[in-house]
Design a binder for this molecule. Structure first.
Ligand code: SF4
Length: 150
């Protein structure tokens, strides 16, 4: 799952405010990055993104599914649907890209917020795999960062 600076910052803020930024979660993110080599060639950090398949650190197991509530899930996750009638496991899921594209067009103002966050938080990507994006924000002071448009 690829996320924008805004999606990553919103999630990181939520994790910190709810004391869910645990060492265990950080280790899960680090292991995922290492195991799937997410820090290697995940795209040019600009508009073309190489899709990487990995098991998300928030995915508990087949029965429990995602550990994040709907309110805080990145948009790509909300458009993440099962594309097989009988199988609920993640390997038969993929994002509804058309839906995501439409959402991005409707919320074009977010591009400005993403650019500002990229500068303020010193990020080198426009979209990044979720665990890598969270690790990038882990030590940064995020609570006072403005996530709204001006
Ligand atoms: S829906 Fe949950 S488990 Fe799936 S990619 Fe998104 S955050 Fe990870």
């Amino acid at each position: 799952m690829m996320v924008t600076p805004l999606e990553a910052a919103e999630l990181m803020k939520h994790l910190k405010q709810n004391k869910k930024n645990t060492t265990e979660l950080k280790e899960r993110c680090e292991n995922t990055v290492k195991q799937y080599r997410l820090d290697h060639q995940f795209g040019n950090g600009k508009k073309s993104y190489l899709r990487r398949t990995y098991t998300c650190p928030f995915f508990n197991h087949k029965e429990l599914g995602c550990g994040l509530s709907r309110q805080i899930k990145p948009y790509g996750c909300l458009a993440f649907n099962v594309h097989h009638s009988e199988i609920k496991a993640s390997e038969h899921c993929f994002s509804e890209k058309d839906l995501l594209q439409k959402r991005e067009e409707m919320f074009a103002f977010e591009e400005k917020i993403n650019l500002r966050l990229k500068n303020e938080l010193n990020l080198i990507w426009d979209k990044s795999p979720l665990p890598l994006a969270l690790l990038d924000l882990w030590e940064k002071e995020i609570n006072d960062v403005d996530l709204e448009s001006h």
